[in-house]
Design a protein around this ligand. Structure first.
Ligand SMILES: [Zn+2]
Ligand SMILES: [Zn+2]
Length: 341
């Protein structure tokens, strides 16, 4: 009998995505074969599609935010059964660099991801190392489970920002990551959560989710944050837009001794008012993906965030990959686009 042929989306060169037919991958002794249920498209996938990630080698099957079911188990794997519903922590760390030996696997010097450095989940099936799988809580549908990865980014950012009960929080950027930060900040006990956005669709979503929306197209966003915070500024500002404009605004939205958390990934040098950082004793913190504990927390929090499903605006088939990327890139009427192989 010949190998079973499956469908996958392959990025063969920048901007060229092709549906390919390929043999079903065979799990190695320490791996699991996952039948992909849902896979989200990330901003970093958009970047990769445009050929702007120097790590990427073509052809590549992208997809690092995904859920599915275990269908085959490597010979040496224990603790998993076929039929188990899982989400996947896509981080692949070297285990021997300075960061890894100190336990900070998520900032590994050679950090790689399933779906960026090895083939990922824009496919019917994918293999992963067994240690990457995390069980989906009973009752959580697999489309919601696929949101665990971006939620883990929000959990990590909130963890780094050390939100305290009653804090006022401002978030620059109301895309999927900004909203994940908002949802995590609410669970962490933030009082007022202000999200600054330009897209009308996203502004209406921010309101629907119960957060304070500031339309950055209408006047001075900094002034609006100050008005909502008694003239003092927010205790914690999350920069989830990663633009020169938002990073320049960031410190002015903070209260004295406030904290700015960098969530969006900047691709260029930006201006920050460092004298403001000096004189008002501000803190600026970096974040990169998430620690394992943040990912586990995100999975465990899935059942308690009723609004999460609203963020999954599109569910499309692999054949609709170009439309899926177009929706993600425009952001006009989309938040998280999920592929459903
Ligand atoms: Zn992502
Ligand atoms: Zn390492």
């Amino acid at each position: 009998m010949g190998a079973i042929i499956i469908k996958a989306v392959s990025l063969v060169e920048p901007l060229k995505l092709q549906i390919i037919e390929t043999p079903v991958p065979v799990p190695q002794k320490d791996e699991l074969l996952i039948k992909v249920a849902y896979a989200g498209i990330c901003g970093s996938d958009v970047h990769i599609r445009h050929g702007k990630n120097s790590r990427v080698q073509y052809p590549l099957v992208m997809g690092h935010e995904f859920s599915g079911e275990i269908v085959k188990i490597g010979a040496k794997v224990t603790g998993w059964q076929t039929g188990d519903r899982v989400v996947v922590n896509p981080l692949i760390s070297c285990g021997i660099c300075d960061a890894c030996t100190r336990g900070h696997w998520h900032v590994c010097k050679k950090l790689g991801l399933t779906g960026i450095d090895v083939d990922g989940a824009f496919a019917e099936y994918v293999t992963i190392h067994s240690s990457q799988a995390i069980k989906v809580p009973a009752g959580v549908p697999l489309d919601i489970a696929a949101l665990a990865e971006p939620l883990a980014v929000g959990v990590h950012a909130v963890d780094r920002g050390r939100i305290r009960l009653g804090d006022n929080v401002a978030i620059l950027g109301g895309g999927p990551i900004g909203l994940m930060v908002a949802l995590a900040a609410k669970l962490a006990g933030a009082r007022r959560i202000i999200v600054i956005e330009v897209s009308d669709f996203r502004l209406s979503m921010i309101k629907q989710l119960g957060f304070t929306a500031i339309d950055a197209k209408n006047g001075d966003a900094r002034q609006a944050v100050l008005e909502y915070t008694g003239g003092n500024g927010a205790d914690v500002v999350f920069e989830a837009a990663a633009t020169p404009v938002t990073s320049a605004q960031m410190t002015g939205m903070l209260r004295i001794r406030g904290t700015a958390v960098m969530v969006g990934v900047h691709r260029q040098l930006v201006g920050i008012d460092m004298q403001d950082v000096n004189l008002r004793e501000l803190t600026i913190l970096g974040t990169r993906v998430y620690e394992s504990a943040n990912f586990v927390a995100a999975v465990e929090l899935l059942p308690s965030i009723a609004e999460l499903g609203k963020l999954a605006t599109h569910r499309l088939r692999l054949e609709e990959i170009d439309a899926a990327f177009a929706a993600t890139e425009s952001g006009q009427d989309s938040l998280k686009v999920l592929l459903h192989p």
